[in-house]
Design a protein around this ligand. Sequence first.
Ligand SMILES: Cc1cc2nc3c(=O)[nH]c(=O)nc-3n(C[C@H](O)[C@H](O)[C@H](O)COP(=O)(O)OP(=O)(O)OC[C@H]3O[C@@H](n4cnc5c(N)ncnc54)[C@H](O)[C@@H]3O)c2cc1C
Length: 404
Amino acid sequence: MVIGIIGAGASGMAAALAAAESPNARVILMERQARVGRKLQATGNGRCNLSNMNADRGGYNGTNPDFVQPAILAFDPRATLNWFADLGLYTVTETSGKVYPYSDQANSVVDVLRLNLNKPNIILKLGFDAEKVQKTPTGFCITGGEETVECDKLIVACGGLAGSKLGGTMSGYKLLSKLGHKSTRLRPSLVQIKADWSGCAALKGVRANCHIEILKEGKLFNQSSGELQLTEMGISGPVVFEISRDVCYGPGEWSARIDFLPDWTEEKLKNALQKRRESDLPMEDLLTGILHNRLGRVLTKTAGVRGKNLAKELSNAELEAVCEAVKNLEIPLTEPLGMDSAQVTAGGVLTDQFDENTMESRLVPGLYACGEVLDIDGDCGGYNLQWAWSSGRCAGLHAGKETK
Ligand SMILES: Cc1cc2nc3c(=O)[nH]c(=O)nc-3n(C[C@H](O)[C@H](O)[C@H](O)COP(=O)(O)OP(=O)(O)OC[C@H]3O[C@@H](n4cnc5c(N)ncnc54)[C@H](O)[C@@H]3O)c2cc1C
């Protein structure tokens, strides 16, 4: 039996290795790029946060997040790490549950998978861009350029549109749509959000531990605590990625309320500033030693304190305003950055058209899908790759098992 797999990214390689475990299977793995796992290589800032020990149904989003349950239960983070160890990859689990390769290099993950694909029953076709898929009486016919591949079973593992410079594409959605599958609206997720605040440019590159609330029409939409990164255009970093899903969609005004000193009460900050007001401290150092220097200066300016040289010149109202800027800075948000900058695609091919126990299509027998192309997106912290491994393995095992 021939199993065709379109896409040699995270889920496609997991599917290929699983399908190849079946003695009767011959796997043809098609990849449009010149090498396997191009996006995988860029994950986790080059470190590849390949799993999260807390990954379960709770870390996933989509029209029906419960869809992930059987695949994740059958191949959970612990099983995934054992699988990687068998393949030759050693990993480290941080106290937060995030898992990285021991080498701290995403390359190692790609290399281990690539080396294991070197099996007699796996044919790797690099530079094969699957443009057309047809159902035939016995299986599927895939066309890419001048070449065609025929197979009995087909797994679509084309990934999503996010990270387009690394190979994110519409291809999977289009190929599946030709076979009758519908997709939901696609949006970027785990992405930076643009803000209309002049402080952003001045604070480019500054990181701060904060609590952030996202407000829609002044009402709480989402909130999180963690590391914020200021960029030229807006707000980024893990704390923003966690809450970026669906922000700035739909009508209405959006804003972020940021507490740059979440561990301090307002009282504690006021007392500290009051003490500084009693010294000869230059005004520009009012928040020095409490916050990042640049952040402290920008927030003091944002509070409207200008033309004063010494902290002792601060009026009570100005001291209140500085506290407000540090603990309750509200900045308007305009839009998320595009798919180029997103780590994952929210939305995708409707999951109710697939069997969650096997990843097989309910519309076209013998057709499977896995990974990001489906309407599932995980939280920040290794959840998306865990979904790729679990769903890929599920699709591969079932495609391999169901011999004709
Ligand atoms: C910058 C960045 C950092 C990230 N960091 C993390 C992280 O640290 N942890 C985490 O869990 N997730 C992370 N993610 C998300 C994660 O990488 C993806 O969710 C995951 O790779 C999805 O796996 P996949 O197999 O579905 O798709 P992909 O890994 O994208 O693989 C799809 C493959 O299919 C190929 N392909 C597409 N169409 C065709 C076609 N028509 N013919 C042939 N081949 C085709 C593509 O070239 C690609 O190689 C990150 C994403 C980005 C962009």
